[in-house]
Design a protein. Sequence first.
Length: 95
Amino acid sequence: MYKSIEPWEIIKYFKTGNFRFAIYSYNDEPDIIYLANVKTRLLSRNKGFGNAILEYVDSLNKTIYLQSNNKTRKWYKRHGYKDYENNWMRKKPIS
């Protein structure tokens, strides 16, 4: 895991041989995180890695924003994400 902390943001980048993703947040929005660069290797797909990424991000108990496309939108919706605006999706924590 790579971690960068700046006065205004925190970025965590996770990468293994099977997947990668990044989460970042801003100091003035402590209850919001952004999920980006979610990618599973072709040979590692349909083995639960993507689901595990989303479960991990859900466990942080914050509102999550991410950008989606037509290819991934249905998958994110199955995991509780809602269309927000343009190609952004959002999932609020369960209180």
